[in-house]
Design a protein around this ligand. Structure first.
Ligand code: ADP
Length: 513
């Protein structure tokens, strides 16, 4: 493997960035093994150029770090055709062989973990420690589904008549279009593709325009792992090309399935497009996670959970806590301890600095949205206890707001930034009602030591994922997915593979009783 991946390094950024806070005015560069830095698309096992390119920017500095092939609908169609062709043989590859290939891909991700993490940090701004964590998390889906590939069991069902047998067979659905966001540029791909390939499906991946490099590095390692040509295709494109590429991926009759992670609005657009050809769809859409702290909670543990669930990726994950509900009896204590933890644990900076915990937001618009939520809250009576300001570029001060009420913007819409709005409540019923007053329901968290209350609240919360006295939940062994407008289907776990399978009922009749 190391013979394939030459120890050459490729330095993409040489200039000293401008417009940064003083402490950050230093040289930032993305140095990774050259074969992992791919800028062409990947179709049918080959690297393919396009008529034009689009820039990939370091969100911390605004500097261009690469120019990537800007695919259009024609290239997307070629990828779909290649995936369809490859499906004819991949579906017949034994589960054991598919498992071996996925396992090799997992091994290669872990081998190149440092380089892959650097790519994430430079294209999405994530602190390097978190990027390393994302690569382990991303690889874990390949490992998990390499194991699940061999456990796609059907059923033999007792028949209603003695002259027949009933069998339920599971078969791969076909070509899957995979459309992914920028906030987990690697893991959101493997969580879907691991399941798809394990099931015997082939895929066309359209990564987010902000973060195509991680997807292309995955393609390089897929090829090295022995994923056959056409089984895993990547079609990078700019935001301008996205609607026409998306149309091919969601409407082409050769595509049987779409799987999307991103905003609820975009998910609705894709679902409408897929409806015409009645494609199976998985949707991981927006969240608006409540984080409830009851009087009986262990406050230190709750503060630890709040820090972990709020500030990961500077608040830019769909399971980040978005609304904090704290019961009156411990309201002041929680605010004081959380404020202290924010002071001592959070460091804003370029993601490649080892001590950084808070990188930039993905772009200036994302920072502006947080600023607007803060000023709306303040104009309606909220108090700023920490932070509150936008820094240079798309950096935001981690912000703590007290005296927040349910009529403020920050409690009505997803923030996707480092903002902690805290609402005071008196009763369990009140907290659950506020938590459920949302059109989406992905994750929810609460802290309580009262066993009766724990069961009541777990059952009452309208979410797909619930953390009880725990702020970090995602793992390949468990389901990931939401209720209401947070989406359709589940990823990860033993259920994730079902999203890529059809059940065929075989009635074997005419048997002598
Ligand atoms: P964000 O606003 O944070 O970029 P989106 O939900 O719009 O969130 O983006 C998630 C993914 O969906 C990205 O890969 C983006 O390019 C893609 N996307 C957005 N609009 C479309 C579309 N019309 N067709 C296909 N993909 C789309």
């Amino acid at each position: 493997m190391s013979a394939v991946c030459l120890p050459r390094t490729c330095r993409l950024l040489r200039q000293v960035p401008r417009g940064l806070p003083a402490a950050m005015r230093r040289h930032f560069s993305l140095d990774v093994a050259a074969p992992l830095l791919r800028t062409q698309g990947f179709v049918n096992g080959r690297w393919v150029s396009a008529a034009s390119v689009f820039p990939v920017l370091d969100p911390a500095t605004g500097q261009e770090i690469a120019r990537v092939a800007d695919f259009g609908p024609a290239e997307a169609k070629q990828a779909v055709d290649a995936a369809h062709e490859a499906f004819q043989s991949w579906k017949h590859v034994t589960a054991k062989e598919r498992s071996v290939v996925l396992r090799k891909w997992f091994d290669l991700l872990m081998l190149h973990r440092d380089d892959l993490a650097s790519i994430i940090t430079f294209e999405c701004g994530k602190p390097i420690r978190e990027s390393l964590g994302e690569i382990s998390y991303s690889a874990s889906f390949l490992e998990w589904f390499s194991e699940e590939a061999r456990r796609i069991y059907g059923d033999i069902v007792p028949p209603p008549a003695r002259d027949r047998k009933i069998l339920l067979l599971k078969q791969p659905i076909g070509v899957a279009s995979i459309i992914t966001p920028w906030n987990f540029p690697s893991a959101m791909i493997t969580r879907k593709v691991g399941a798809a390939l394990a099931a015997g499906c082939t895929v066309v991946v359209k990564p987010a325009e902000d973060t195509p490099l991680s997807a292309l590095a995955l393609a390089e390692l897929a090829a090295q792992a022995g994923v056959p040509a056409g089984v895993f295709n990547v079609v990078p494109c700019s935001r301008d090309q996205t609607p026409s590429v998306g149309r091919v991926l969601c409407t082409d009759p050769l595509v049987a399935k779409i799987s999307f992670t991103g905003s609820t609005n975009t998910g609705k657009v894709l679902l409408k497009m897929a409806a015409d050809t009645v494609k199976k769809a998985s949707m991981e859409l927006g969240g608006h996670a409540p984080f409830i702290v009851f009087d009986s909670a262990d406050v230190d543990r709750a503060v630890g959970g709040a820090m972990a669930s709020k500030f990961r990726n500077s608040g830019q994950t769909c399971v980040c806590s978005n609304r904090f509900l704290v019961q009156s009896g411990i309201y002041e204590r929680f605010l004081e301890k959380l404020g202290r933890a924010m002071d001592s644990e959070l460091r804003v900076g370029h993601g490649s600095e080892p001590h950084t915990t808070q990188g930039p937001l993905i772009n200036a618009g994302a920072a502006e949205k947080v600023v607007q939520q803060i000023s709306d809250a303040v104009s309606r009576g909220a108090k700023v206890l920490k932070g509150g300001k936008r820094l240079d570029g798309s950096f935001m001060e981690p912000t703590l707001l007290a005296d927040v009420t349910a009529d403020m913007l920050c409690t009505k819409e997803e923030t996707f930034g480092p903002l902690v709005p805290v609402i005071r409540f008196d009763t369990e019923e009140e907290a659950v009602a506020v938590a459920n007053a949302s059109s989406v329901g992905l994750a929810g968290y609460f802290y309580s030591q009262d066993v009766g209350q724990i069961w009541r609240v777990v059952e009452a919360l309208e979410v797909g994922i619930v953390g009880v006295n725990e702020g970090l939940l995602s793992t390949p062994e468990a389901t990931f997915g939401g209720v209401k407008q947070s989406g359709l289907g589940r990823e990860g776990s033993k259920y994730g593979i079902d999203e890529y399978l059809e059940v065929k009922y075989m009635c074997f009749g005419g048997l002598d009783p």
